[in-house]
Design a binder for this molecule. Structure first.
Ligand code: PMP
Length: 395
């Protein structure tokens, strides 16, 4: 009889020849428990998803309550479904006044797709600008705006009319013109290895978009819901997007995305043609109930308050000649080493010691530190001790 691992390799589509192949029986809080019951500290939150930790009891009970009421009833946008309405009400109450219309999707990628369509439809323009080293998803629209040729070349032709600027480069803002429908930007770049832009750049970007009538789309898939020390990362920069894109932690562990704009902008999807964006499962009632419960856990427990202090503790502890840089904001950090080979050896050591981490799509020589926000100082100390030990074993 084949083992579960053998079956995984045989029947589940593989996207690399070297999957992590970790196997867990259950997960709770910051720990994922392997088949022998050994706890593993989750330093990556399933890539920016588990901000409140795994299996939060309030989220679980909310999901169960919704399951008892209904699951799928109808395609998006026709019926008045309580979880969608309540979640949109809560989200918009926490956002700048103009961001009042929420379109729920199944994923962050689909939210990007919807946002790009909306920008084209609203502005009547075709040209889209994105950043080098960006990641916005893997479908053909999102892939078209990915700032890494290596992942794209085999899939051409992709969307025409897309060009790229350097993230955080003031000069490149001149490429934004009256022809540009939108600029799509991660507020803090994730897969580029966590790149934080400076405030003056974000202000200049906002101004340039406003001057040219270009919609500013901020992709907060990785940065939202307290990850960087604010509920949304754009709050650090004193600017507001025209369209905000959410996913990952939005669903509290369930699949959910959203793009959010003013009612005026979003209204463009209603006519010429009607039904400008459609989805069967987008805004699934169980996912919306879960997302709202998760957001309430974040707010009611002031989980964001301690994020900056946790960032400072990690930066204070992770000092070693082999560590070239620690970048990032809040609990969204990249620890950079000399090479991928060294980084990979360190990561393998950490995983063997029960501290789960990985590297970045466009920055393979940096290690990701993005644990659930509920991680305690004691757990941070333990994780950093394991990392430093792994560094010493690997250099
Ligand atoms: N945008 C960003 C910034 C992301 O990091 C990701 C996923 N890593 C996506 C979009 C796509 O999200 P998903 O894979 O959940 O559709």
């Amino acid at each position: 009889m084949l083992s579960l691992r053998q079956l995984f390799l045989a029947n589940n589509a593989q996207t690399t020849d070297f999957p992590l192949m970790l196997e867990f029986e259950r997960a709770e809080g910051v720990y994922m428990y392997d088949m022998e019951g050994k706890p593993n500290l989750d330093l990556i939150s399933g890539i920016g998803v588990s901000n409140i930790g795994h299996s939060h009891p309030e989220v679980i009970s909310t999901i169960k309550d919704q399951l008892d009421k209904y699951m799928h009833l109808m395609v998006y946008g026709e019926y008045v479904q309580t979880p969608q309405v309540r979640f949109a009400e809560k989200l918009t109450s926490l956002l700048p006044a103009q961001l009042q219309s929420v379109y729920f999707t199944n994923s962050g990628t689909e939210a990007i797709e919807g946002a790009m369509k909306l920008a084209k439809r609203y502005t009547g323009r075709q040209h889209i600008i994105s950043c080098h080293n960006s990641y916005h998803g893997s479908t053909q629209g999102a892939l078209s705006i990915m700032g890494n040729e290596e992942f794209k070349q085999a899939y051409r032709p992709l969307l025409p009319g897309v060009s790229f600027i350097q993230f955080n480069n003031h000069h490149d803002l001149d490429y934004i013109t009256e022809e540009t429908a939108c600029v799509v930007l991660e507020t803090i770049q994730g897969e580029a290895g966590i790149r934080v832009p400076d405030g003056a750049y974000m202000q200049a970007l906002r101004d340039r978009c406003s001057q040219t009538g270009t919609l500013l789309i901020l992709d907060e898939n990785q940065t939202a819901f307290g990850r960087t020390g604010k509920l949304f990362a754009f709050e650090h920069f004193g600017i507001e997007p025209d369209i905000l894109v959410l996913g990952k932690a939005l669903g509290g562990g369930m699949p959910l995305g959203a793009f959010i704009a003013s009612s005026e902008i979003m209204g463009a999807l209603k006519n010429n043609p009607i039904l400008g964006h459609l989805t069967t499962f987008g805004g699934h009632p169980v996912c919306c109930a879960s997302g709202l419960a998760s957001l309430e856990v974040i707010l009611n427990n002031n989980l964001i308050e301690s994020v900056a202090a946790k960032e400072a503790l990690i930066k204070q502890l992770l000092v070693h000649p082999a560590i070239k840089d620690i970048r990032g904001k809040g609990l969204m950090l990249a620890v950079e080493f000399e090479s991928f080979e060294l980084n990979k050896r360190i990561i393998d050591h950490c995983i063997a010691q029960g501290v789960i981490t990985d590297w970045f799509l466009h920055c393979s020589n940096a290690m990701r530190i993005a644990p659930p926000l509920i991680i305690t100082n004691e757990q941070i100390r333990h994780a950093c001790k394991v990392i430093l030990h792994a560094v010493n074993q690997s250099v």
